[in-house]
Structure formats: C-alpha cells, structure tokens
Design a protein. Sequence first.
Lengths: 266, 346
Amino acid sequence: MDAGAAADGSLAARAEPGAGPSHWLHGYAAMVRWHLLSLRLWAPAATAIEILSGVGMVYGIGLLAPHLSARGALYATTGPAIVALILLGLILGPQLVAQEKMAGRYEYTLTMPVPRSAAAFAWYTVTLLIGLPAAAVTIAAGVVRFGVSLSVSAQLVPALLLGTFAITMLGYALAHAVSKPMATMLITQVLVFVAFGYAPINFPSSQMPHWLVEINRALPFLPMATVVRAGLTRGLVTGVWVSYLVLAAWALGSAWLALRALGRRG
Amino acid sequence: MSCRSCRDSLGLTMASASLAPPPAKSASGAGTGLTIERLTKIYPNGVRANDGISLRVDAGEIFGLLGPNGAGKSTLVQQVIGLLKPTAGSIQLGRFDLVDDPDAARQLCSYLPQAPVPIDALRLREAIELSGLIRTPARRARREDVRRRADELIDALQLREWERMVGTRLSGGVRRLVGFAMAAIQPGALTILDEPTNDVDPLRRRLLWDRVRALSDAGVAVLLVTHNVIEAEKSVDRLAVIDNGRVIAEGTPSSLKSSERGRLRLQVMLAPGVETPPMPGFVERHLRSSHTLLAVIPEAAAADGIEWAQRLLGDGIAEEYALGATTLEDVYIRMTGRVADGDGTG
C-alpha cells in the first residue's frame, strides 16, 4: 500500500472534526510530546539554568546577609525557588514564541489541529516539568545553607500548581497577544525586574514601603510567594486565602487572554 | 549555441508541451471539496488583498493557485486555514463553514507553509510521526498505523538516509520534504501546499509530485500555491491565476493555453551586459528577465525567428536560444506582465 492509499484509508476519519474530552486529551498529550521533543536540548539546559540561578540566589543572599534571623532565613530559603519559577514562566515561553515569530514559523504552530486550551495546558505542563525539579533543588540548597527546617504540607501542591499556572499563562498570553516579538520581550523583561526588585519575595513585606506592598498584593508575584510559603512553612505568612483568590484571578485572566490571542484572526 | 543543442532544447520543450494534462476529476466529489465565494479581505491599512475571489477545488483534484508576489495568494490561504478572517465572502469545505469554524479548518486541512516547519530539534522520522499523531483523530490514533504511514512516506520520498537526523542538520530541500510528509501523513479533506518544491532537488521533485498525485487519487482536494508555472503546468488539474487580489484566469492548463495556439516561444539567453536588441516585426510581444529574453512569434515566422536568433548568436549578443511551443508561462506572462519566479524561467 503506498502512502497515498494509506492516506485514503484514514481520510474518512478527518471528514469530521474531533470534539469532546478524548479529542482534547489526545491533542494535549501530543503537544506535550511535541514540546518535550522540540526542547530535548533546551529543557535540561533550562532546568540547569533554573537550578544555577536559584541556588546562586540562595548563596548570594547568604553572602549579603550572613546573620539572618530565623524568620529571615525562612524567607531566604523559600524565596529564590519562587523567583526562579517566575522567571521561567515569564521568560521561556515568550522567548520561544518570539523566536518562532522572527523565524517565520509561528504560523505553522497556530495551524496545528489541537484545541487552543489543550495547547496552552501542554505548555504549562512542560513548564512544570522544567521548573519543579529546579525549585526542589533550590529549596534544598536553602535548607542546607541556612540550616532551617520546613513544615511541608499538602497545601504546597495546589500552591505550586496554581502559582506556576498563573505566571506561565501570563507569559504565554503576552507572547501570543503582543504581535511584535521585541515588544513582548520588553514587557516580560520589565515584569522580571518588578518580580526581582520590587516584589517582597526574598524578604518580608514589612521591609518594603506600605504603598508598594499594596500594589504587590494586586500583582501575581507576592500572592504566589505567599501561597507557596504557606505550603512550606507554618505561621510565616498571613492572608493566604486572599492570595489564592488574587492568584486565581490572574490565572483565569491570563488564560483567557492567551486563548483569545491564540484564536484571534487578523 | 549549436544547432544540436537548439534541436535538443526544442525537442524537450515540444515534448513537455505535448504531455497531456491530467484528466480533470468529475465534480461528483465536490460535496467534500473547497468552495470559495466572493472572498474579500481588506487589511486595517486599507489594502484590498483579496477582491471578490470565487473558486472551487473538488475532492480528488489538484488545483493550482498562481500569481506574482503580492497577488493575494497567501492571504487567501491564510483565510482558508483560519489564520485570517475574511472581510466578506464564504469558505466552505464540504458542509463546514470554515469562516465560522476555524477549528474545523485546522482539523480538516493539512498545510505546508512557505516558511520552514519548526523541526530544529526533532529527528526527521519523529517530526513526521508526531505530526501524524497530532493530526490523526483521537479514536483512530494508533501508534503503529502512524509509524507505518511515516515509513511509507519516508520510502516514497527517499528520505531513509536522514531519518534519524535532527532538523538543524537537514538541508533546506529535505526539510521541505519533511514538511510535506508532515502534512501528507494525515492530509485531511484539503491539503494546502505553498511552494512545496522550493529547494528540493530535481529527482525528489518528481517523487514529491507523485505523492501529491497520490493524495488527490485518494480523494484529497489539493490546493497548490506556486510561482513555478512550468511545474504547475505539469502537475495541476485546473488552476487560477490571481493578480491584484482578483482571479484573472481559471481553467485547465490546456484551456488556458488554447489562447496561444498558432504561436511559438523563442527564448534567447543574452550575453551578460548587453542591451535588449531591437525586436523584428514578427515578434508579437516580448519580455526580458535578467539575461533571458522571451519572445512570442507566429508559427509561420519560425524560420525568421531562427534566422534572427542565429544572427544574435553571430553578433555575440546572445549565447543560446530555444524555439518551442508556447507554454503556460507565456499565458501567465501575457496576463500578469511578469515572468514567473522560480526556476522555470531560465
């Protein structure tokens, strides 16, 4: 049987577009595979860079402030992993999409016969696979460096999943909604600077001006740090449920914007 | 140029001109074909890229879309595949309205874009199989079927020696063939091929055209976008020429060429740096592109044409010439006022 005849054999199946959960799951699984194979060289490198930046941050804080209080040590232990996850979500996706746009390959990705939500969720899954091992190593490095003991609870799972989802979708939405790749890169760089320099993640909010903390409460970075810390420590952070709500709002808004951008026709 | 090479060239041209065009398929499959009606696309900057285009591609038919750069071909394709929304008009694939349902468009149409496919880190075989997996409906996605179809395409396109090589190490032509295989492995009801033979070597071009024909034989409607008029003439069942966003001609290659009956094409390769020589009275029209001078003359003036070309050779103005039957390219030039791009010109 030649290729043409083979095509004929399965042609009838494509006379009707797929729909429903099995179609979604099939598209999702195929796209996860597509991304992992496409990133077979980059994914391990990205995890390594995540670990290097996270562990580097841990030891950098230790050098800057060698005599941290117990509370400060908990912040320094848990903060770098959260910052590294934020950087991953805001940089990796937008950078890859920008590269595709500049190489003229973006169009092909958009024509793949996969539900937009399945494609977005596949990218989120890949981000988790790259980011979570690095986060675990970074936190372990903090524990070793500062000699703290953490109280890990089941709450850590939804906190990491929701936090990473919100940040990844924010990056994904910017990557797809902003047509000019350079503009996307600029916006994500600004957000990275905000997360790095103007968000109380590696230190307590009390060390930051009140008005800036209030702004941060409405942005996704501080709420993500709060919910993840609530899953790693006991009694360190307050306002956890409000943080979950703010994070959920960012997650939904970003996902909506990403799907809208993916489905937009000029 | 020697008389022998002149005859060879003439013979080749005549041979290709005498190839009967593939028989047009009956309209019985039109129910699952593509129907575009009064399609208009006006961009926000006011450019009217498509202006009331209507055309039909039947199931089992290879339909060529020809036109110069900026004619509106890509805009048309992007509306079919769901990347652009028409300003007005309809696009129907079987009973599916692709304007209202771009998701259906992505599932029912396979697409080889003109830009390279994003397979840098994928191995050749992986890329084809993955595309097959993504494109095959969930209920039919059996890994072994996808693998078997990938094998068939790899063999048919003679890609076996590179099957484990990653995209970055593949030549442009091989990548192009991989892109084709990624579409052909599960072609859907409509396959859109945008310049499929770019960078592909002559041997594999033939293999590629065989596979395109196999798709149409299997009942797939094939929309072929190309600049290469000479290849299109040999490959398509019907074609449309578009220019400035409008269809300016449509029909089988033979029907379009019928307007050129009784004429011959005299192709003269000019020496580098020479001015275009004055045209003798029997030349009906001519066009120069780089070193190539294309002139259309009446059949009755064949002897005069050869004598004139020999004189150009003798004066050092020309390096070689060929006289042959008019081709679709001559029709194309007459309609658009431009020589087709691609490598068929020379």
